[in-house]
Each structure stands twice: as structure tokens, then as C-alpha cells.
Write a protein that binds this ligand. Sequence first.
Ligand code: OOG
Ligand code: MG
Length: 262
Amino acid sequence: MAASEIDHADWAAYLLAGADERREVQAITKQIDALPIDDAYAIQAALLELMLGRGDTLAGAKLGLTSAAKQEQMGVDEPVYGWVPAASVLPATGDVALDGLIHPRVEPELVFRLGSDLAGPGVTVADVFDATAEIVGGIEVIDSRYEAFSFTLPDVIADNTSAARVAIGTDGIAPGEADLTTLGCVFEIDGAVTGTATGAALLGDPAACVAMLANHLGKHGQKLEAGWIVMAGAATDARPLGVGTVATARYSHLGSVTVQGV
Ligand code: OOG
Ligand code: MG
């Protein structure tokens, strides 16, 4: 199939069916000759439209693959951008019901809560600080819809960057209250440390990641909106979440966040 013939709505429905029916689907790039990045984002947009069409709303946006740890784990060496549907935000208990997921993994996230809009192009780190109400810790549950959690760059973009669930901490700081590049995270699975990182693991500066996302959206006439949460990407590799698995991200300045598979 030629790139120009890619049916974005059709591939979006294909991915959503995998998520709904809780089954892995074959990567799109295994089925067509080429999936240009613009088409991959168009599939992602069509997927979001399907979710919003059945009553979900948008809670925010996310970056992925912004750390060396994640890029090496997934074998993809470029950052990606996706959406955070409101239905994916977990209750404060941190319970993650596994019956709705395929092969979930957990990873720590720095989460920016926006107090005002951020519209690219030209968004700087200073603009991100001005627009941020608070920064909190989080844990993202990712759940690639693809077989064996394996994909290429355009595949993972089409699949809304594996977004599935997110738990958000309650101990926030105002921007400027702590240096985000040295802010530390210890990630634990069932009490054992699996990864440690500082904010600088995210392309040198988590706020620069948020600026990149705002500038990416600006190219498509979109913006980050006041009230949204924005995930900067995981600073350690992701770990499987099974029934009974307890994952904790302990942050300096931001307290801890715990989720458990149920
Ligand atoms: C893609 C999503 C990556 C992150 O924080 O790096 C991501 C994946 O690893 O499946 O959310
Ligand atoms: Mg993530």
C-alpha cells in the first residue's frame, strides 16, 4: 500500500479494537511498506477522536522515550508525543485493574500540572515554568497494543505512545521550588529498587521536554491547555505489572506514589 493510501481511521479502529478486546495486534509496519511519521500522528489523532467520541475527555498530554533508559529498553531512539484521556487517570488508591489491560508495565513520571495554556512555536523552559501550577510525581502504566510489546517509532506513535493508565501524586512543588534536573527518583517493585534517576535523565531537563511537546503541538495548530497534566517521560526502564505487584516511585521533594496490580 502506498503511504498516501493509508486509512488513518481504519488503523485507529484496529488499535482500539485490540485495546477493547484486550489482545495484542500485529505492528502496522509489519503490514504496510512504510508508515511516515505524519501518518502515524494522523492515526493517533483518529484514535483520540474515537475515544472522545465515546464520551472520554482529554486530561492532558505526554512525552515518551525522552530518556536513554527508555530508548535503550524499547530500541527506539527518538522522543514521542501522545494524549492522556481522562478515563486513564487512576483513583487515589492506586489500584490498577488488570482485567482491562494486555501486558501492562509501570514506570515513574514527572507530571506538570498546567495553570495556563502553552502554545508553540517558540515555547522556552521559562515559558513552561510560567505556565506550570505545580510539579508532582507519578507512575504511568503503559500497555502497548502490539505483539510482544514490540514496535518501531511510527507504530508506537500511532498507538498513542502505549498510554494506558496514570497515577498522580499529591505532594506537589511550585516550579522553581526545587531544581528539576537534580530531583531524584527511586523506583521499586515489591520493595526492591529496579532503577534510580534524576530529572536530568529526561533529555537534560524535564521542563525542556514539556517545551518540546508544546512546540510539536504548535506545528499542528494545537496547544497544551490550562488544567492539563503533562508527563515528561520515564527516567528509568519500565517493569511488568502483574496481579499483586506493588510499584512505588519515591521522589525527592515530591513524596511517593504507589500502584498495585489487582
Ligand atoms: C512507549 C511509551 C514511552 C515513556 O515514558 O518513555 C513512555 C513505550 O515504552 O511503550 O511513556
Ligand atoms: Mg511514560
